[in-house]
Design a protein around this ligand. Structure first.
Ligand code: AMP
Ligand code: MG
Length: 404
């Protein structure tokens, strides 16, 4: 063992440094069929009004409001997609179906329920209001209106709007390609029975899920032994196709901790230790051609908490998201949160609703090996270093993972 030579960096300083060294990825034009969950790279602005024509909101009759209360002769029909090319003259009406074009001459639509029909004659009620029961051009979307701003993840409504505007391809940022590697001689594949002293490589599957949720395309590199040359070979090879390298394990100060020296030889290690609990040995390096590497600690909770604090915002920056951080909400602590003397701690909590508030309860032992502290957690509560802690009953802003 040797003492680490890396300075202990404050969490916020480390997070800012990571973002500073992470670059937004390029833009590709992707078929709208493949755009859900992608981040729009340029503002989409309406170049046409929606609807593009006066469109009936109901089934009924298109009439002139001045003909209110009269018997009108039905002179034609305007169905959806099959407009009536004539004009609604005084004393006449056109049958119209929902989505049909309101013909020239008509200034309102009367619902079929409100008319009396005898053959080709309809009697319309008194007091018709011009403009009723149809959507005018631009009612839903005006020309020049901002439809979806750049930096937003495309979901159902955004994609529907883009399609309605005729955009069959959309400019989106490339997804980060991430190579994921577990390190450690003690690790065996999931499904294999660990011998004495061995454990299953569980971080790979936890981090794979976390990476995908954050929008990454993941290449699994498997397990590297605690052997510098073998580790180096896997990493160098993986970096030829990856934007990001994520490793777990091998970053603390024991003799088998090989990730930092490897990253030193491949690039610049900017962070080697953070005043963070769990996750003190978190390591971050920049490599050639804008690539970055995250050396996450091996303990399961440490790897996922450092992922949340450092990796997820960086992956979102790469994809062009305008919001990098998880949302926060005020929560009332139902427990006394003890502080670590010298490290900012992210404590895992469940939330429940109580009298219009969110109340946070600890998930129990916050040991960095106890993944049960994160399973089912709704939020992370940040407890500043020191002697004070946060007393039960206090209200703090919590980083929301999922709402109850
Ligand atoms: P390390 O950071 O390599 O010193 O590992 C710290 C702790 O995390 C040790 O108890 C390791 O066995 C454990 N660990 C490391 N990698 C993994 C992994 N991929 N899955 C589960 N536990 C791990
Ligand atoms: Mg190890």
């Amino acid at each position: 063992m040797r003492a680490s030579t890396y300075p202990l960096v404050e969490v916020d300083e480390a997070a800012a440094l990571v973002l500073d060294r992470t670059h937004v990825l390029g833009v590709e034009r992707v078929s709208i069929a493949e755009c859900d969950g992608r981040v729009l790279a340029e503002n989409v602005t309406a170049t046409e009004p929606l609807p593009a024509f006066p469109s009936s909101a109901v089934d009924g009759y298109a009439v002139r409001s001045e003909d209110a209360g009269k018997d009108l002769r039905v002179s034609g029909e305007s169905a959806a997609g099959r407009p009536f090319d004539g004009t609604v003259e005084p004393g006449t009406a056109a049958r119209i179906l929902t989505g049909g074009v309101v013909p020239d001459g008509a200034d309102c639509v009367v619902m079929v329920e409100d008319v009396h029909i005898r053959g080709e004659i309809v009697t319309v009620p008194a007091g018709l209001r011009p403009g009723s029961n149809f959507h005018r051009p631009g009612d839903d979307l005006r020309v020049g209106e901002l439809v979806v701003p750049a930096g937003i993840e495309l979901g159902a409504a955004e994609l529907g709007l883009c399609a309605a505007l005729g955009l069959s391809k959309l400019p989106v940022h490339r997804r980060p390609r991430v190579s994921l590697l577990s390190t450690g001689d003690e690790l065996v594949e999931v499904g294999e029975k660990p011998k004495r002293g061995q454990i299953v490589d569980s971080n790979r599957w936890a981090l794979l899920a976390a990476l995908r949720e954050a929008g990454a395309e993941v290449m699994l590199l498997g397990i590297a032994p605690d052997q510098p040359d073998a580790l180096r070979r896997v990493v160098v090879d993986a970096l030829t196709h990856a934007d990001v390298l994520v490793t777990s394990g091998g970053v603390s100060v024991g003799t088998h901790d090989l990730v930092k020296p490897l990253l030193e030889s491949l690039g610049t290690v900017h962070i080697g230790r953070v005043k963070l609990k769990p996750g003190k040995p978190f390591t971050f390096a920049s490599l050639a051609e804008g690539r970055v590497a995250f050396g996450l600690p091996g303990f399961p909770v440490s790897s996922l908490v450092t992922f949340e604090v450092f990796v997820r915002p960086a992956l979102r920056k790469m994809q062009g998201y305008s919001r990098l951080e998880r949302p926060t909400l005020p929560v009332r602590l139902a427990y006394d949160a003890r502080a670590s003397a010298d490290r900012t701690e992210y404590q895992r909590v469940t939330l429940r609703r109580e009298g219009g508030e969110l109340v946070a309860e600890t998930t129990g032992s916050q040991s960095s090996s106890r993944l049960m502290s994160l399973a089912g957690a709704h939020a992370l509560v940040r407890v500043p270093a020191g002697t004070q802690g946060i007393k039960a009953g206090s209200i703090v802003e919590a980083m929301i993972l999922a709402l109850p």
